[in-house]
Design a protein around this ligand. Structure first.
Ligand code: ADP
Ligand code: MG
Length: 238
């Protein structure tokens, strides 16, 4: 587990400033939800933490390590996307163990880790199935399993539920929270859905045009919004 520190982060695409000067501290084991309207820079920020996008300025620290200039594979982070594309020709177990296989991990150790992750996610009986034989929710669980088996210091989620139907979204919210409670890994979860933010977060970071409008616990934001933007955004349905 680890703290995550974003210090004076900037991001430009050509002449366009997407993120100007953003700082946020995330505690060890905290579940932080980054919420804001479409296009405000959530994915860009997450991709910079993951190492999939370079920062234009500032520092990213995981624990005491400065990782801003490290390649993604050296950051000890696992990311779950909205389009979680499983390998169609591999079983659930092979999908989950693939990253470890690439790292030439011991096969018995990989099998053990896959089994453990499957138990956490209720996938024990589906390990020999192929993705086409799974429901949407089961596929999403496999995508999370792929992240868990790597035993990362930090989990990143980028709108992981936005392709699921409304009913399943509610179920998966509590499953992701339950998973977090079991393994306690520091998590940054991105969504544009206020309800998701309010129900899942230990701490919410409200983004607007690449700037932080407010940081606080869900009830704090609800009771004492810092400005009209936060009040309107948190107070209105998705
Ligand atoms: P969000 O995830 O909050 O919807 P993004 O981080 O995807 O927002 O995008 C933030 C802004 O950065 C948008 O205006 C988007 O068009 C722009 N952007 C994102 N990626 C690139 C890129 N590779 N090149 C140029 N502009 C980009
Ligand atoms: Mg996005």
């Amino acid at each position: 587990m680890a703290t995550v520190t974003l210090h004076n982060i900037q991001k430009r695409f050509g002449a366009v400033n997407v993120i100007e000067n953003l700082s946020v501290d995330i505690a060890d084991g905290e579940f932080v939800v980054l919420v804001g309207p479409s296009g405000c820079g959530k994915s860009t920020l997450l991709r910079m933490v993951a190492g999939l996008e370079e920062v234009s300025g500032g520092e990213i620290r995981i624990g005491a390590r400065e990782v801003s200039n490290l390649p993604a594979r050296d950051r000890d982070i696992a990311m779950v996307f909205q389009n979680y594309a499983l390998y169609p020709h591999m079983t659930v177990a092979d999908n989950m163990g693939f990253a470890l296989k690439l790292k030439r991990a011991n096969p018995a150790d990989t099998a053990e880790r896959v089994k453990k992750a499957a138990a956490i996610l209720g996938l024990e009986n589906l390990l020999e199935r192929y993705p086409r034989q799974l429901s949407g929710g089961q596929r999403q669980r496999v995508a999370m399993g792929r992240a868990i088996v790597r035993n990362p210091q930090v989990f990143l989620f980028d709108e992981p539920l936005s392709n699921l139907d409304a009913k399943l979204r509610v179920v998966m919210r509590s499953e992701i929270k339950a998973m977090h409670q079991r393994i306690g890994t520091t998590t940054i979860y991105v969504t544009h859905d206020q309800i998701e933010a309010m129900t899942m977060a230990d701490k919410i970071v409200v983004l607007h045009d690449g700037n932080i409008e407010q940081v606080g616990a869900p009830l704090e934001l609800y009771d004492r919004p810092a400005n009209l933007f936060v009040a309107g955004f948190i107070g209105s349905p998705a």
